[in-house]
Design a protein around this ligand. Structure first.
Ligand SMILES: [Zn+2]
Length: 199
């Protein structure tokens, strides 16, 4: 595939991720977690990220439930090398273990699928890639397309989490909203703000 074709494909994919709405009228809600590893020494970054992702997803469903819109949840994960880890830590999500509260909405164990066979997981790959490019490289072209679809309430972007000690000093879009209770119109590239800590 030529570079021009690749860029055109990306543009189409992100236009879809930015604008698609289900026939029911419900727009997709995205969640993403970025971990600054050195803020959590001795802890698995993947496990920490999954803990946060699921806790925030569960909080989102609880908020809908309180508003009279109840749902159950299903975890579908990429068939990856993390499958073993996810199976090991599943019990604490189902029962709670002190560090994480019990997730009430889960109806099934995580299902693992090959991302090439699932358009849903491919869509997740695109959103994840845009988050990676924003935090790793400061690229906002694609991240800005999905930025306003992360779960948010009262100006705080709960659906996008940058786990870092001292988030009140971080200028990334997620930490900024947590600090100011305002979600910026467009995320700023690193040329305009201090680079967030991620490694
Ligand atoms: Zn941040």
């Amino acid at each position: 595939m030529s570079e021009a074709d690749r860029l055109e494909l990306l543009d189409h994919a992100f236009k879809f991720l930015k604008t698609w709405v289900a026939p029911s009228g419900r727009a997709p809600v995205y969640f993403g977690v970025v971990v600054h590893k050195r803020s959590f020494p001795g802890r698995s970054a993947v496990e920490t990220a999954y803990d946060q992702l699921l806790a925030r997803f569960d909080s989102y469903l609880s908020r809908l439930h309180r508003g009279g819109d109840s749902h159950r949840s299903l975890v579908i994960a990429d068939d990856s090398s993390y499958e073993k880890l996810l199976q090991q830590i599943l019990p604490k999500w189902k029962e709670g273990d002190g560090s994480i509260k019990k997730l009430h909405s889960l109806v099934e164990v995580p299902l693992f699928v090959n991302s090439e066979a699932s358009r849903l997981v491919q869509a997740v790959d695109f959103v994840s890639w845009s988050i990676y490019n924003y935090y790793e490289r400061g690229h906002v072209t694609y991240f800005s397309q999905v930025h306003d679809r992360f779960d948010a309430q009262d100006g705080v972007q709960h659906g996008l989490t940058h786990l870092v000690k001292g988030y009140h000093k971080c200028a990334c879009a997620a930490c900024e909203s947590r600090r100011t209770y305002v979600i910026g119109e467009a995320p700023a590239p690193w040329s305009d703000i201090e680079r967030p800590l991620i490694a």
